[in-house]
Design a protein around this ligand. Structure first.
Ligand code: URA
Length: 258
């Protein structure tokens, strides 16, 4: 890409000020203008130079390539660890990849690690995570269940904690989405649960969890249930009734497709 940028600048004349031989512009200015009738036709305009981004320089393209090359979950985790385009990585203590049973029927996708998750390198282990565990235990699902049928597999859209737990920006979501797509393809769950607005934004292209929650939809070839994020439920305990209805809907769907 650097070479393409250099060619572009040269084509625009950026190097004319640094020619090897000095140019007397006064002489040039007084030189008689050539007779246009005698002049040869001007050369066809050169195609305007494009600035191709090489694969290595385009964060999304490189994420796609690295994610696609991962044959299994360990390979995907290693690919994420080797991915250098996301600045969140610099401020994070740990890569938070996933937790639970990789063959679980239900895969939960949250937003991003918080302080506790960043410290421990596991998703949903703080207060919101403890509530998440209690919620799913109420319908017989747990991340540490031995049986895949009773287990959960848990990850986040972002594997690194954003500073001050700020929302991820669209560029961060875009560059990490190929990893999430591959993560879902490799884990191949029966059902996806998207926790809160950020994961809905990343995978459904929509926000507005109050309207989205409880309505089954589809993403990445998988049935998807958007739900309130447990951190939201901690702040708004009255919404727990709706979360409970969503859990029952999840349980019914699991039973219907067992
Ligand atoms: N919130 C999330 O979305 N994910 C975590 O891992 C922790 C809190």
């Amino acid at each position: 890409m650097l070479k393409a940028m250099l060619d572009w600048q040269a084509a625009m004349g950026a190097d004319e000020a640094i020619l090897d031989v000095p140019v007397d512009r006064h002489v040039q200015a007084t030189r008689p203008k050539p007779d246009p009738a005698a002049a040869p036709p001007p050369p066809a305009a050169a195609p305007s130079p494009t600035l191709p981004l090489s694969d290595a320089a385009d964060p999304v393209q490189q994420a796609r390539q690295m994610a696609a090359a991962a044959d299994d979950l360990a390979g995907l985790q290693a690919a994420l660890a080797a991915y250098e385009h996301c600045d969140l990585k610099k401020g994070a203590r740990n890569l938070v990849f996933a937790d639970g049973h990789p063959e679980a029927r239900v895969m939960i996708i949250g937003e991003a690690p918080g302080r506790d998750e960043d410290l421990r390198g596991r998703p949903f282990v703080g207060r919101a995570g403890q509530l998440l565990d209690r919620m799913f235990a109420a319908i017989g699902l747990a991340r540490d269940a031995k049986e895949a049928a009773a287990a959960l597999y848990i990850t986040n859209i972002l594997p690194w904690r954003p500073p001050q737990n700020r929302d991820p920006d669209p560029a961060e979501i875009a560059m990490l989405r190929p990893f999430t797509e591959r993560h879902v393809a490799l884990a191949a769950p029966d059902l996806l649960v998207l926790m809160g607005n950020i994961s809905c934004q990343a995978l459904l292209g929509r926000r507005g969890i109050t309207r989205l929650r409880g309505n089954w939809t589809e993403a990445l070839g998988c049935p998807v249930l958007p739900m309130f994020h447990p951190a939201y439920l901690l702040r708004n305990p009255r919404a727990k009734g709706e979360a409970w209805r969503d859990l029952l809907s999840l349980q019914a769907r699991l039973r219907a497709t067992a």
